[in-house]
Design a binder for this molecule. Structure first.
Ligand code: URA
Length: 251
């Protein structure tokens, strides 16, 4: 992006350009993107064709709505996380989103504000969403557990089991076409597997639920992991591009 012809970019464009730059793209020419030396063509081309999103035309559930799910959840005390949380972090975004992101669980900022992904990792997730040409309002963002585990420890089995029905109800209400599972924890929980994230990521999996198996789950790295391991952002960007292509095919 640096170079002779510097241009002024709008606030909207800046996060996308910053993200691309972090991905290794160093210049943009009209519709052509020039790659850094050493970045192979193969690394930019998906090895998996976009899935046919056969739930095309399926409307979000008319019988189950997000406010109903929120009501069902109530001021939840089903697990011990209720004793230490400040706020339930239910989820945010469009009730008719085609794309849903699912993370692990709220951190300190999320617990404080009652909103998902608003801390440092959340800022990176927002950049990723904007780089995809979307906004946070157009997608839906939720977590495997809705209350902050103390000291950001991983959620425990009983906590996940208590929370799981409500995430499933949210998915049933929204009927997204694609769920992007953020990190090991979300991917393994949503896909009911112990397979490593490095083997799960970048591949469209069927959502393993009887009535919702047409929903595709694409795992990628968690934004917090990407903050600790910036070179992995390139792979995450490839994963997001696969989602973009699949959504475009679906239009
Ligand atoms: N990490 C998560 O997994 N979820 C959040 O909401 C914030 C950070």
């Amino acid at each position: 992006m640096a170079g002779e012809n510097l241009v002024t970019v709008s606030d909207q464009l800046l996060p996308w350009l910053t993200w691309l730059q972090e991905m290794g793209v160093d210049s943009l020419k009209k519709n052509k993107i020039k790659r850094q030396e050493g970045v192979s063509e193969a690394s930019l081309i998906p090895f998996q064709p976009p899935p046919t999103l056969s739930n095309k035309g399926i409307e979000p559930s008319l019988t189950l709505t997000l406010p109903m799910v929120r009501d069902n959840l109530g001021e939840c005390t089903r697990c011990k996380l209720s004793g230490t949380r400040t706020n339930i972090v239910f989820g945010s975004g469009s009730p008719t989103a085609k794309l849903m992101f699912v993370g692990e669980g709220p951190g300190a900022d999320e617990d404080e504000q009652g909103l998902p992904f608003v801390g440092r990792a959340g800022q990176l997730l927002t950049k990723m969403i904007v780089a995809m040409g979307l906004s946070r309002e157009e997608v839906y963002i939720a977590n495997i557990v809705k209350c902050r585990p103390p000291n950001n420890r991983p959620p425990q089995t009983d906590e996940i089991e208590s929370c799981q029905p409500f995430l499933i109800q949210q998915i049933a209400a929204i009927r997204p076409h694609i769920i992007c599972a953020l990190g090991t924890f979300a991917a393994q929980t949503l896909l009911n597997t112990k397979t490593r994230i490095s083997d799960l990521r970048g591949i469209f999996h069927d959502f393993p639920h009887d009535t919702m198996s047409r929903i595709k789950v694409l795992p990628t790295f968690h934004p917090a992991y990407l903050l600790r391991n910036p070179p992995e952002k390139r792979k995450a960007w490839e994963d997001l591009q696969k989602i973009m292509r699949a959504l475009k095919e679906d239009e």
